[in-house]
Design a protein around this ligand. Sequence first.
Ligand code: HEM
Length: 160
Amino acid sequence: MRKWISVSARAALALSLASGLCVQLGFTADGGNQEKASKAAADSLFKRLGGKEAIVAVVDDFVARVGADKRINKFFAKTDLTKLKMHLVNQICEASGGPCKYTGRSMKETHKGMGVSGADFSALVEDLVATLDKFKVGEKEKNELLSVLGPMKSDIVEKP
Ligand code: HEM
């Protein structure tokens, strides 16, 4: 599984680099490969992350990491972690262009009154990055995922 994410992320990056190079050089003799390369570059983030199975593995590791993180685990003391994981998988799957539907509450409603600070938010992002690095998710995919989640910060953080 881990290998699969790494291999698909690397393949996507290699193909997109190859495609860019071909276009730059005006290299058209190998049209078939160029077509394949453009297709991989256009794949959704969901596909490049490795699909639903990969997202489930990432969320599992991430939630375990948050649960062990003394900086923020007190927030989750009474949380149903199985339900949280289901919501996170659907949220990430949908936000990355996958065939899922997030059915949880809005980010504002969910985190209202928790008193999450900027430092708490950064700690959680740090845990997510550690998970993505463990699974060898490519820089491009990692940054794309963080850019999808980043704008949610203003609905989650209530104090500096
Ligand atoms: C981009 C960052 C974050 C995302 C995408 C996110 C997403 C979610 C989602 C999808 C849920 C489940 C919603 C539902 O039950 O309907 C949830 C619940 C929760 N989140 Fe976040 N969250 C983020 C940041 C944080 C941070 C920084 C904290 C605190 C350090 C936090 C604490 C919680 C807690 C405690 C719950 C469980 C609430 C309950 O038990 O009802 N979240 N979050």
